[in-house]
Design a protein. Structure first.
Length: 255
């Protein structure tokens, strides 16, 4: 009897150790910065990232607000270095207090693939491709597909400080001229599973519409699979909205 009990206890202990060894580290979402992370969702895990965003702008006597009620991205780790992505957004516009109808943005299908892991000065690098897909409704969609490609890179400067760089091209689905996007961010890990970040970014399709901005925010990892965030940003010239505020969460579904 004692031998049987001992055997069962050893089996349970070995199983627990194996699970601990295979369990992935803390969640590493793309939220909340405008740039993306180079990290991939672990193989066979499903991750949901969602939030609400309010963008506001004042130009002469015209005040506009754009609200993203549910900026949703779903990510599925297919292999160790490859994930599939689906994103959709529910939007609403306000002009001088007048509310426009809710609109469902064209959904996007995409992927993220790891290219390199960090080794010395070589950053952790990935390539992220998305394809915006319009709906068949003729009165609310863009006439073309709108693809994008982004290269996120990350350097661990220390155990608590991370440098992130993004470069990419986005097409709006209306004309063939791409919009260039770039961002540089610093993430600082703080005690009690919290952290802060600051990020500068710009977009430009030609020199005359150079649009820079600056944002920063706070994150709290409530559990290894659950993270909350809030952030705010400001536009630095008249080619970009005055600012925005954002809050959301990311959840990786455990096995």
């Amino acid at each position: 009897m004692i031998i049987k009990v001992t055997t069962i206890l050893c089996f349970v202990l070995a199983h627990t150790i194996l699970l601990a060894q295979t369990e992935p580290g803390p969640i590493q979402p793309d939220r909340p910065g405008l740039g993306e992370s180079s990290q991939i969702v672990p193989e066979h895990y499903f991750q949901i990232e969602t939030g609400m965003n309010l963008e506001y702008n004042q130009e002469a006597s015209v005040e506009t607000k754009s609200i993203s009620w549910n900026n949703l991205t779903m990510r599925w780790g297919i292999f160790d270095a490859f994930e599939l992505r689906f994103a959709i957004n529910l939007e609403q516009e306000y002009t001088n207090g007048l509310k426009a109808p809710l609109e469902l943005s064209p959904f996007s299908l995409g992927f993220k693939a790891r290219v390199t892991v960090q080794k010395g000065l070589i950053p952790s690098t990935a390539v992220l491709g998305n394809l915006g897909v319009p709906y068949l409704s003729a009165d609310s969609v863009r006439p073309q597909l709108n693809p994008s490609i982004l290269i996120p890179m990350e350097w661990d400067l220390s155990e608590s400080l991370l440098l992130t760089l993004n470069n990419g091209l986005f097409w709006n689905g209306v004309d063939a001229v791409p919009e260039y996007f770039a961002s540089v961010g610093l993430d600082l890990e703080l005690p009690k599973a919290t952290g802060i970040f600051i990020e500068s970014y710009l977009s430009m399709s030609e020199p005359s519409n150079f649009a820079p901005g600056l944002n920063g925010g706070f994150i709290w990892r409530a559990k290894p699979n659950l993270q909350f965030d809030c952030s705010a940003g400001v536009g630095l010239n008249s080619n970009i909205a005055n600012g925005f505020i954002n809050a959301g969460l990311s959840y990786r579904i455990p096995k």
